[in-house]
Design a binder for this molecule. Structure first.
Ligand SMILES: [Fe+2]
Ligand SMILES: [Fe+2]
Length: 189
């Protein structure tokens, strides 16, 4: 469990591990479900999603997940704008990255809706970004390598949530691959 707002039915961000051969009961996503497959093979009858697959199941969608070989997913529940009805399935390991804002940075955009945006960002070793402020916050999950800023070093598996109007100047000495979501932590949301 990484982040949880609410009781039994919560707005939650978690890492979920499915043992080989496990099944989850059929369910409907009232407020949407977003996940990134970290390892193994996630299946749900609509498709088979290997490690690196990014999926968005919009509000009102339903499925019955299972896995034969086991899998681990980074998942965000009940965090959709109700009008964000676009299903997304992207195999990020087979899709091109485009040049980012500074040399050494490349970006694989995943989704955008009303100021919220999600992407995978690859940092070549020695890349330095400029200082910036997060209007609407920033959330990062480090997938490979080590991501750093003036507050610390964050190896693979680190989750970072930086609130609205926080600031930093990130860099990566050894290089890294990160999941980044920005614009979704506005005051009052
Ligand atoms: Fe689900
Ligand atoms: Fe940032």
């Amino acid at each position: 469990m990484l982040d949880r707002v609410g009781g039994e039915v919560a707005r939650a961000t978690s890492i979920v591990r499915y043992a080989p051969g496990s099944r989850f009961s059929a369910h409907t996503h009232d407020l949407g479900e977003e996940f990134l497959v970290l390892d193994g093979l996630f299946m749900d009858g609509h498709g088979d999603y290997p490690a690196g697959t990014y999926v968005r199941n919009p509000p009102g969608s339903s499925h019955a997940p299972y896995t034969e070989e086991g899998c681990t997913i980074f998942v965000k529940l009940r965090q959709f704008d109700l009008e964000d009805q676009t299903p997304v399935r992207i195999d990020t390991r087979r899709s091109p990255f485009v040049p980012g804002a500074v040399p050494g940075l490349s970006v694989r955009p995943l989704h955008e809706f009303r100021g919220e945006s999600v992407a995978l960002v690859r940092w070549e070793p020695g890349t330095e970004f400029h200082p910036h402020m997060h209007m609407g916050g920033e959330e990062i999950f480090v997938l490979e390598g080590t991501f750093s800023d003036e507050h610390g070093d964050y190896p693979a598996g680190t989750w970072i949530r930086s609130p609205h109007a926080s600031e930093h100047q990130p860099f990566s000495r050894e290089g890294c691959l990160i999941y980044v979501k920005v614009g979704h932590l506005r005051p009052g949301v």
